[in-house]
Design a protein around this ligand. Sequence first.
Ligand code: GP9
Ligand code: MN
Length: 618
Amino acid sequence: MGTLKAVFSRFKFFGLVVFFLWIKTYLLYKVAFKIDTVNILQEIILMINPLSSAVFIIGISLFFSEKRRQVIMIVLSFLATLVLYFNMIYFRFFSDFITWPVLFQTSNAKDVGGSITELMNVADLVLVADLLILIILYVKKKFPLHQKSKKETGIIFSLALLLFIVNLGIAQAERPQLLTRSFDRDLLVKNIGLLNYHIYDAYIQSQSKAQRVFADSSDIIDVKNYTAAKYKKPNPELFGIAEGKNIIVISLESLQSFVINSEVNGQEITPFLNQLINESYYFDNFYHQTEQGKTSDSEFLVANSMFGRDSGAVFFTHAGNEYHALPEILNGNGYFTSVMHPNNKSFWNRDMMYQSLGYNQFFDITSFDVNEENSVGWGLKDVDFFQQSIDLLKSQPEPYYTKFITLTNHFPFELEEEDRMIEEYNSNSRTLNRYFPTVRYMDHAVELFFEQLKEEGLYEDSIFILYGDHYGISENHNKAMSMYLNKTEITPFDSVQLQRVPMIIHIPGQTNHKVFDTVSGQIDVKPTIMHLLGIEAKQDIQFGTDLFSPDRRSFVVLRDGSFVTDKYVFTNNTCYDKSTGSEIESNHCEPYISKATQDLEYSDKVLYGDLLRYYPTE
Ligand code: GP9
Ligand code: MN
């Protein structure tokens, strides 16, 4: 106790510097970054999160002699203020926080460069007010200089660590999997603080940088040979069938195939999609291949025909890579490319990644009128989202490629009474129970969207691609799921089968509708779209194959190494017979195991080595 008291009395100046920096950061959160919270706990997290880094940063002064220490504290506080200020300027322009890669991205710097003085304000000087007070106190020698002991340095840094752990603990409780899943800068800053966020960002970025450094241009040749051998010729009847048409892609949030043509409490769950399937090409053995990056992983797979990462989110770690993504290719073929999604643009780092993928425009939350009445759960209700999108769609030059990402059918599947068209299911899983009405609502929203497109004359000249982005019901709900599916249990085999998501290709005017049972996945979408548009995919580096190709093999690899063929399912190192679902000798699956691993390894090699910067080689 005595020591602590001594530390306190000897650390008054230190305490004051920390206090000022802490309060300043919090005030900036509120005033400059306009960070909102929805409950008291979030506000408390926001309030305490600058403290650990403030103690840490000012603590660095302890490594200097006592004569210089107070000056160093002021300098350190100034440097921290400068970081806050740079973020503030950046935020005024981009409404986003700085990431390490943008600091080195010349194109971004150019954007801000010209207008930097305009973004600065005389009133910003208030940011150094505390430093002036500290300088005066220092000059007037208001606080005596003290020798410090080694122990005291230890105490200060332990305190910083403790504060950080407490902060992280509360933040994780409020936002589970904060660091592994939620790669949203707003959320990170809100939860761990702006300065800590920069350190976290540096760590994430440095990890991916290292592997890039060791890659060289010869690596791509290997990969090219590998993917060239996988390439399958297009179906001549469909090649180019959609040339010049608008392409509307709808990413259906958390939609799994088990709800298609099914009922709950005697009522159809997806009446519109069921009907649409009858007028479309439908793939009933189509799998999502996402991992922790969820929606963003599905976007990556579809755009690049490459796998995302086995952990973390590629949208966050490799947004600076060179890609030859679908939007970019379509741009080159005269298309205007865009995404409509009423969420913050920095969520999943979309604003950065979309630039790398070559999208012309991202209609994010600021393009929509989102208010309390038209929102539920994660934001704008799907019906309102589609309705408001129509005018945006019309504002685009034709032909366009536009992807819609729905939101309402997102965990925890909240829905207002007025939007509930079917009753909840009745099991021990609240999540599964609520899933059905939100799926039903999403189905309704898509139906209204199609109606409106027809009314506006936007339907005929378009082709539609609709798919589920990833599972909505995790294995935590296996018991309820087995009840719904009328099974005694959900085996690992069933779990893999449950990773199927609907995939619908609807071409107005087409009459030879068909259900394809080819085993496939999101990685196959890019070559399929390219071939429908009459763009040859042969030269492109792709890990998927055209869904319509007559020679395509039934095969899909999931990101965790599981795979499915027309006869077998392999997961958790176990081989299953697909027709019976029972375990069989592993030699049946053996020939495909190395094929699956190779797919993943080559794709990872391209990603981590940023190899597309070397391709095409000429
Ligand atoms: C958020 C939406 C949902 O913008 O895409 O993200 P998810 O949690 O499904 O990845
Ligand atoms: Mn999603």
